[in-house]
Write a protein that binds this ligand. Structure first.
Ligand SMILES: [Zn+2]
Length: 291
């Protein structure tokens, strides 16, 4: 019993998806319809690298019927032997997903293949890059996304098809692919079964962000969507303080192009404040020969 239980706790894989927002909702002062529930799944994976938890958070397309079961089935089908895990509970406002990076300097790559036809060449990447950089140092935290260049690797936490189950490729990739179930985008991440020392949060090992190129994006909408997904990639869940946070679920996930106070509170809870610049180094030991 104990080893089985440990294995289950040790291996989870999660993803979070954002529903597509309607253009009518953006910038409107009219009463907001209730946000469609954001899709949220977690799976226990086993493989040669040991148990892992895959998590998914997805955004749905506005005005279209979201089908979370279709997305969950597609993700599960890509991971033979994956075991669905129950959803976690939410707090009163910002919600943490219980994960963070050990080192808050997070590298990422852009996979340009399949970029949406609705934006001029280069603008899609520019908006995504801007969204990532908007999180840098947000709220006084040491968080920083570090762009490393383009990659031909597709995003999506698909793992190695030749492997028995998921083996992370170790690369954080943002890119384009058609998503089942009328979702605009999703973030998936793989975390360790171990906590980051001195924190109650499991260590993030890898994330990927998948965006559906078929939606008629505006630059602002894409930037807001990417901001939301990068928030998941830092460990933020869907806020309960909605509308009013970039981490709100559903169509509300595409409203803000900058983190809001609730988002920053969550980020501070995860990473704390950036320590002040270190003072000039002084010798801490007498300047005498020691060996
Ligand atoms: Zn989300």
């Amino acid at each position: 019993m104990a080893p089985v239980r440990r294995a289950i706790l040790a291996a989870a894989m999660l993803a979070a998806a954002v529903l597509l927002p309607s253009a009518a909702l953006r910038g409107s002062t009219a009463a907001q319809p209730p946000a469609p529930p954001g899709a949220r799944f977690a799976f226990l994976l086993t493989g040669p690298a040991g148990p892992r938890i895959l998590e998914v958070a997805a955004v749905a397309a506005p005005g279209r019927p979201a089908d979370p079961a279709a997305l969950a089935a597609a993700i599960r089908a890509a991971h033979p032997g994956a075991i669905p895990l129950p959803p976690r509970s939410a707090s009163a406002a910002y919600v943490l997903d219980g994960v963070r990076w050990r080192d808050p300097l997070v590298p990422w790559y852009y996979a340009p293949a399949g970029a949406p036809p609705s934006l001029p060449p280069g603008e899609a990447f520019e908006r995504i890059r801007r969204a990532a950089e908007t999180w840098n140092g947000a709220g006084g935290t040491p968080v920083r996304f570090d762009y490393r260049g383009e990659t031909a690797d597709g995003p999506g936490c698909r793992g190695d098809p030749a492997a028995v189950s998921y083996t992370p490729d170790g690369r954080n990739v943002v890119g384009w692919d058609e998503i089942p179930g009328n979702y605009l985008g999703y973030t998936c991440w793989v975390r360790s079964a171990s906590l980051v020392e001195g924190t109650p949060y499991f260590e993030l090992l890898e994330f990927d962000i998948v965006l559906d190129p078929r939606y008629p994006y505006t630059g602002d909408l894409l930037q807001a969507l990417a901001l939301h997904e990068f928030g998941h990639a830092l460990g933020l869940g869907h806020s309960d303080r909605c509308p009013g946070a970039a981490m709100c679920a559903g169509e509300l996930a595409t409203v803000f192009t900058e983190p809001q106070p609730d988002d920053l509170a969550g980020l501070l809870a995860l990473y704390g404040r950036q320590p002040p610049p270190s003072l000039p180094r002084r010798a801490l030991v007498p300047a005498i020969a020691r060996d």
